[in-house]
Design a binder for this molecule. Sequence first.
Ligand SMILES: [Zn+2]
Length: 238
Amino acid sequence: MPTDCLFRDDAYLRDCRATVLGITDQGGLVLDRTVFYATSGGQPGDRGVLVTAGGAEIPIGTAVYTDAAKSDIAHVPADGAGRPNVGEAATARIDWELRYARMRMHTALHLLSAVLPYAVTGGSVGDAESRLDFDIPEAGLDKDEITAKLNEMIAADAEVRSRWISDEELAANPGLVKTMSVKPPMGTGRVRLIEIVGFDLQPCGGTHVRRTSEIGAVRVTQIEKKGKLNRRVRLALA
Ligand SMILES: [Zn+2]
């Protein structure tokens, strides 16, 4: 039975009741449902705790998919932590401060891809800094100019919406895919589109804030040349 990924429909859920379905060979705990985002698309898996029915807190270092189809999520306990038994009930609770910062960062990266409308070749959401790599043949990018445009979009308080479309609809609209290195997850029959109203539309499985104003001020910290056709743009929450 696949893990019910509650974060896909509501990124603001901080905890949920769940049942331990299994334990992987690496000791990861697979639950029937979870609020833990699992590492993918450049966004790291959530940290948090699993609270057993007896009240014991098991620290979880990260969450990862156990399979290429991204159906099961393993919650990886920190070293030396105890383990609940299969069939036991538990409460899964994420480190909300950390996750919310990542939601703000991640949404800011969508805006960055709108400010710089070039193909994206890679990216990652970090806790201090996040980055996107662009396929841009020439330099001439200005940190302050990009920062100003980003902060304008943030101040516009644009709504961030999600909706699902079929694999066929996505295949018919290849222009929606900005990221060449990370193909949107297809094959399950549907793909989630994230729209920042007025600014950006692209398939994405990550976690986002509801309105751009929640991001708060950001700053482009560095623009690096990564090979002839690549520019790496780093940004941080101000
Ligand atoms: Zn996203």
